[in-house]
Design a protein around this ligand. Structure first.
Ligand code: BEZ
Length: 259
């Protein structure tokens, strides 16, 4: 999913996303298990990316619509999975004429700081008693990487802010309840995640996902900053030729209580 806060379309390299960061949807298969999709159910995959999980969900016999704010992702998803429906749209402001039995989301919602608007749209899209099943970055997600980027950038006079939304269980479940959901399950857990790309894994991750994070740093200095970040993190996050990111995931299942 792109970064709609900026009000601009972030361009994704979908091949690099699929081939170099496949752990994103591979880990998402566990969230599909949590969804327990059933034949004939109508499911919205919010932030569907290139459509792999929408296809997985459709494999259970559900009728799936995928929505993503990246035109490149949607175009790739349509090409790969012509039997599913994919829609280019904004998680903060979407609507469908027919209600969904479930809204599913994997590794997407941390891109959207206006989470109240997202939850408004989800509630409107769900039938009464419909479920919302999601996983995304929770509090403390990639904190080691964020701190290192902040420190290296600060040494050069740049102020880095966390561009992502990583709430705690308490913050997010309160938000869900305020939006008329009954929270059935919520958990925060560490998921150290090995990055593809061997010695280039961290720079490749920052290249794929770090545009917002590195935005205050002029283009001409970013390579040097990334290299200094690698130096500062090598002892902690690099072992046997592989970088590991300190992912922490928040998972929720909540039921729409609105009439
Ligand atoms: C995540 O999946 O946790 C994530 C991905 C990209 C940037 C930040 C977090």
């Amino acid at each position: 999913m792109n970064q709609p806060d900026e009000g601009t379309e972030n361009e994704w390299d979908t091949t690099d996303y699929d081939e170099g960061h496949s752990f994103v949807f591979e880990y998402g298969e566990g969230v599909v298990d949590l969804l327990e999709p059933k034949t004939g159910e109508r499911v919205l995959d919010l932030g569907c990316g290139t459509g792999h999980l929408a296809d997985r969900i459709a494999g259970s016999g559900a009728d799936v619509v995928g929505l993503d704010s990246s035109a490149e992702m949607i175009s790739e998803a349509r090409e790969s999975y012509p039997e599913c429906r994919f829609v280019h749209g904004d998680a903060r402001d979407f609507s469908f004429s027919k209600p969904f039995d479930a809204v599913f989301s994997n590794a997407a919602l941390h891109w959207v700081s206006e989470q109240d608007a997202v939850l408004d749209s989800i509630t409107d899209a769900l039938r009464p008693d419909g479920r919302f099943v999601a996983e995304f970055g929770g509090t403390g997600n990639v904190a080691t990487i964020l701190d290192a980027v902040r420190d290296v950038a600060a040494d050069r006079g740049y102020d880095i802010e966390n561009p992502w939304y990583f709430p705690s269980v308490g913050e997010y479940t309160a938000k869900l309840e305020a939006h008329g959901f009954e929270v059935r399950y919520a958990t925060l857990f560490d998921r150290p995640t090995e990055l593809d790309g061997g010695p280039d894994g961290l720079s490749s991750w920052l290249g794929m996902f770090g545009d917002g994070l590195l935005a205050p740093i002029p283009d001409g200095e970013q390579r040097a900053v990334v290299s200094a970040v690698e130096d500062s993190l090598r002892d902690d996050l690099f072992e046997d030729g592989t970088w590991t990111a300190d992912y922490r995931r928040l998972r929720v299942i909540a039921v729409n209580e609105a009439e």
